[in-house]
Design a binder for this molecule. Structure first.
Ligand code: IYR
Length: 217
């Protein structure tokens, strides 16, 4: 995976103006991404998912171990089982496990235990962390690595004009069975992918202004 040979790496340099324009364009583009909870059942080209996973799998990772697995579910029966199992966990989460403070924080998003998007979205990607196991080496910074790869994945799908949601049923162990993955793999996030349904809405939310998130020293 990593051989120890050094390869020359000299990507072409942009001038300062071109560079700033490129950065601003990219920021404008990614800032239009919104988490969508109402999907159209319209199928999406499989090539788009493959390319987006290729982008995700090019992310940096601890010691280049690439500790990720992306399970793509398009089969309706498998999606139905996924939804059923996720909703069973979420019912307990919303009615018992979640503290009041957490439920209050979720209120503006309007979420509840129902997860129809897991069945309606044409594809659902389940991202797994790959921990040490019989066929997988010890990874480092697994959550950070998988988080970065997931960021690439969301950006790639958005760039291709598709909507996504980062869904985190809790706990996630049931996903090993639904996705037929071994114990050393642990689900990190579930991502429905597709087009927003006709008339889909998203909550009105604002991003923090730059001066709140950027510290210059
Ligand atoms: N996993 C639950 C609850 C939930 C938690 C957070 I933090 C969110 O930003 C949204 C939802 C669910 O998916 O409904």
């Amino acid at each position: 995976m990593t051989t120890g040979t050094a390869l020359r790496y000299q990507p072409e340099r942009m001038g300062p103006t071109a560079m700033t324009v490129a950065a601003e364009r990219f920021a404008d583009r990614v800032a239009t991404r919104r988490s969508v909870r109402e999907f159209a059942p319209t199928p999406i080209p499989h090539g788009v998912i493959e390319a987006a996973i290729r982008a995700a799998a090019s992310a940096p990772s601890g010691a280049n171990v690439q500790p990720w697995r992306f399970v793509v579910i398009t089969d309706p029966e498998r999606k139905r089982r996924l939804r059923e199992a996720a909703e069973a966990e979420e019912q307990v989460f919303y009615s018992r496990r979640a503290p009041q403070e957490w439920l209050k924080a979720l209120e503006p998003l309007g979420t509840d235990w129902r997860k129809p998007f897991l069945e309606i979205a044409p594809a659902v990607i389940v991202v797994f962390e790959v921990h040490q196991g019989p066929t997988s080496p010890k990874p480092y910074y697994v959550k950070e690595s998988v988080g970065i790869a997931t960021g690439f994945l969301l950006a790639a799908l958005h760039h291709a004009g598709l909507a996504t949601l980062t869904h985190t049923p809790s706990p996630m162990r049931f996903l090993n069975e639904v996705c037929e993955r071994p114990a050393e793999e642990r689900a990190n996030v579930v991502i429905p992918v597709g087009y927003p349904a006709d008339g889909a809405t998203v909550p009105h939310l604002e991003r923090k202004p730059l001066d709140e998130v950027l510290v210059r020293l």
